[in-house]
Design a protein around this ligand. Structure first.
Ligand code: ADP
Length: 191
């Protein structure tokens, strides 16, 4: 299997690049943000609980997202691999993911980490907020909180995957196709 953690701060371009990567490598895209927004749209209890945190820019509890990912992996058994987008976001989530995959005789192949500086992230998110319909994309305080959550809880995962020799850092600024080319190059080197 080809299991990729597509990593980066909010607004780094994970969603955009995921679309291209799943098509090229025939992978399943698992975005915890998208799954959570689906729960909100469906009006589930989980969705309602998650919404109050997401609207503040705070991470939802690890158990919630780990459970969601577990069931999505099971629902797609037999696939060629997964792109994890927006997951894992904490060390606890990364540990849980390693355990889930090893229980299926699989593992994370690599982390692709998109790097974009803060001013550009804020600019992109505010731009996206004009038509994304996402309430967390329009308010500067919430955007800053999301970036803080990333720096405090999520960025340490680079070290986690670096220790497993799986970290690939890619500059996330420039043309979408240029960045996509760099991601593909990193994948082809690793596999
Ligand atoms: P972005 O990365 O652009 O902020 P996402 O759609 O990935 O957007 O996430 C939106 C929100 O959903 C996050 O701010 C957080 O509240 C919640 N969320 C998504 N994935 C996770 C996760 N793996 N762990 C905890 N919270 C999550």
């Amino acid at each position: 299997m080809l299991n990729i953690v597509l990593f980066g701060p909010p607004g780094a371009g994970k969603g955009t690049q995921s679309e291209r990567l799943i098509e090229k490598y025939k992978l399943i895209h698992l975005s915890t943000g998208d799954i959570l927004r689906g729960e909100i749209a469906a009006g589930t209890e989980l969705g309602m609980k998650a919404k109050s945190l997401m609207d503040k820019g705070i991470l939802v509890p690890d158990e919630v997202v780990i459970g969601m990912i577990d069931s999505k992996i099971n629902a797609n058994a037999g696939s060629k691999g997964f792109i994890f987008d927006g997951f894992p976001r904490t060390i606890a989530q990364a540990d849980a993911l390693d355990k889930l995959l090893s229980g299926k005789n699989s593992s994370i192949t690599m982390m692709l980490a998109l790097e974009v500086e803060k001013d550009e992230l804020v600019r992109r998110i505010l731009h996206r907020g004009k038509d994304s319909g996402r309430s967390d994309d329009t308010n500067l305080d919430i955007i800053n909180k999301r970036i803080d959550e990333y720096n405090n809880k999520t960025a340490p995962l680079k070290e986690y995957y670096s220790q497993q020799n799986k970290l690939n850092v890619i500059k996330g600024v420039g043309g979408i196709e240029v960045i996509f080319g760099k991601l593909c190059e990193a994948i082809e080197k690793q596999v």
